[in-house]
Design a protein around this ligand. Structure first.
Ligand code: SAM
Length: 210
């Protein structure tokens, strides 16, 4: 039996799944092929500032079977806060198909270039509820680092809680070297107690500027 909070999170993830599939389909972009240096491998998602990463299972599902495929998907989540990551890892253990499908790293995502083992061959960089307006210089760096970690044909996807915060992040990402492909609204976004705030209210998809 799910408790109330779990049911709410589950409904949010169902809404996130729908809006991601709709926006990705509408973008007309092909999924990156999930191979590294020419060798076949899982599609790799880098979830930055992931907190407790409640979306981990949803992201794996969306990218696994998008366009009728059945891809292996691996997700690496990073955040500066340990406690949230412990929660993320515990949840991921319940849904992971293999032991190494999920990995969580305590990192300052504005300084990911220091983490050389992380590689620069991610297919997708995801940032749920980016927090650009809270600390613009730090988030500008986080956006730049998220793009740096992508393959040339990789996608960067953000969600935002607020309209204005979303607009500011779109501009910041363009300054960071991203090309906006599409931005869309989540029609089933759960309204929160702060005026104008709702869960995954906006979703936008970028690729690296060519
Ligand atoms: C608005 S919360 C979003 C969390 C999560 N993505 C979600 O949707 O629930 C912003 C997150 O950014 C993280 N954060 C802030 N600055 C960071 C940094 N420099 N490096 C890594 N994570 C950071 C916080 O710890 C927090 O988890």
């Amino acid at each position: 039996m799910l408790n109330e909070i779990e049911s709410i999170h589950r409904a949010e993830n169902v809404a996130l799944d729908r809006v991601l599939r709709r926006v990705l389909k509408k973008s007309g972009l092909a999924m990156p092929r999930g191979s590294s240096a020419g060798a076949p491998g899982p599609l790799q998602i880098l979830d930055l500032a992931c907190g407790s990463c409640r979306e981990a299972g949803t992201l794996v599902e969306v990218f696994r079977d998008f366009e009728g495929a059945d891809r292996d998907v691996r997700l690496v989540g990073a955040d500066i806060r340990d406690r949230e990551l412990e929660e993320a890892a515990a949840r991921a253990r319940l849904v992971g198909r293999t032991r190494d499908q999920f990995e969580f790293l305590t990192e300052n995502c504005a300084k990911l270039d220091r983490h050389r083992e992380l590689g620069r061959d991610f297919d997708v960089t995801f940032l749920r509820h980016q927090n650009y307006w809270n600390d613009k210089p730090v988030w500008q760096r986080i956006f730049e680092q998220g793009l740096e970690k992508l393959k040339d044909d990789g996608l960067l996807v953000i969600t935002s809680y607020f309209d204005r915060e979303h607009e500011l992040a779109l501009k910041a990402l363009e300054r960071a070297g991203a090309e906006l492909i599409i931005t869309g609204q989540n029609e089933a976004s759960r309204v929160l107690d702060t005026p104008g705030k709702s869960v995954d209210r906006h979703v936008a998809v970028f690729r690296k500027k060519r």
